[in-house]
Design a protein around this ligand. Structure first.
Ligand SMILES: [Zn+2]
Ligand SMILES: [Zn+2]
Length: 345
């Protein structure tokens, strides 16, 4: 390891509580309670309760309030705004993952590091698009870090969902689509219209739709079951429900229905079978293989640290193409788009 980044001290280091910046005395997405946390996005494995103080993006503020509660001490900053914490300069930059998601840029006398959280480069009108940030060391996720993962365009997937919905409505069946309640549900919704029939949100989805509306994201109107759509309406409805609602009594009212699952994991045949769904739509809020490599290249980083996902495979490939790369053992990934929660859900 002869490169300059590797010979300098670390800007961020792993501690039992999480990824720590000694110069600024803060943690990024800590998994144990700490005094000061800088948060990349509002998914449960990154924004955990119990921190004394949170620094978050203003763009995601309604989500943080919904997820962490109004009692949490939340400080918001705009994308691109730099604040000083101790001897570190910190700024947040769009990660394109979900509303308000941010890459954290940290600059100290030891260099510039970017912790990207979760990210994607694909089209998503519900959040600001990923912006490359130049750095010496880039920390990347690898949820879908295998060459077999190649996403279709968002508009193609929307068209597939609409076709499926129309076919079910024509046959007099409701269409139940399982999608994670934070991010995925709203990204699906952004491509729908109510021309075919009503769109009904499960309560968990509706709560987050409201946070998106509060942040100014325009989405089609959805109903709750308490709005009591008539029987004919129910048979033409698209129902957005979290994966955990599968097999629940809440879904009984929509019988007879057809169900489907929207997730990057639907690219894996075995996962589709395991879910026992009729249909799978391959739609992920994580980067596919080529997006990971594009983002890593665009960072200009000479060193890459790889977390949650196919760590060994991505590290191996990055070394092959001449980068300094290592795995970083974080506790992220037990979240809404992980294979673990998919199987458990
Ligand atoms: Zn996430
Ligand atoms: Zn994650």
């Amino acid at each position: 390891m002869s490169d300059t980044a590797a010979s300098k001290a670390s800007v961020l280091e792993l501690k039992p509580e999480g990824l720590y910046c000694a110069a600024g005395d803060f943690y990024i997405d800590p998994w144990r309670p700490v005094a000061r946390a800088v948060i990349t996005h509002a998914h449960a494995d990154h924004a955990r309760p119990g921190m004394q103080h949170y620094l978050v993006s203003n763009a995601g503020m309604p989500l943080y309030r919904a997820r962490l509660g109004h009692g949490a001490s939340l400080q918001g900053i705009n994308y691109g705004e730099t604040i000083t914490l101790g001897n570190a300069k910190v700024s947040l930059h769009p990660a394109g993952h979900v509303l308000g998601s941010a890459q954290v840029r940290v600059e100290t006398t030891d260099g510039v590091w970017v912790a990207s959280g979760d990210y994607k480069l694909g089209f998503d009108p519900t959040c600001s698009p990923f912006e490359p940030v130049r750095c010496d060391t880039f920390i990347t996720e690898s949820t879908f870090g295998l060459p077999v993962f190649r996403w279709q365009s968002t508009t193609e997937i929307w068209a597939e969902i609409i076709n499926w919905w129309q076919g079910n409505a024509d046959a007099g069946r409701a269409s139940v689509l399982y999608c994670y309640s934070l991010g995925k549900a709203q990204r699906v919704l952004a491509g729908m219209t109510t021309d075919i029939g009503p769109i009904i949100s499960h309560g968990a989805v509706a709560k987050l739709n409201e946070a998106y509306a509060e942040a100014g994201v325009a989405l089609p109107v959805t109903q709750m079951v308490s709005d009591a759509p008539d029987k004919a309406g129910l048979r033409r409805a698209l129902v957005l429900a979290p994966p955990g609602a599968a097999g629940s009594s809440w879904l009984k009212r929509f019988e007879p229905y057809t169900d489907a699952f929207a997730s990057g994991w639907m690219a894996v045949r075995g996962m589709r079978r395991r879910r026992g769904c009729d249909t799978g739509f391959v739609l992920s809020d994580h980067a596919d293989w080529s997006e990971l490599l594009t983002a890593i290249k665009a960072s200009g980083a000479e060193r890459v640290l790889v977390t949650h996902g196919y760590v060994d495979e991505l590290v191996h490939h990055l070394r092959d193409i001449g980068l300094v790369a290592d795995g970083l053992a974080t506790e992220f990934g037990a979240e809404e788009d992980s294979a673990v929660s998919l199987v458990a859900a």
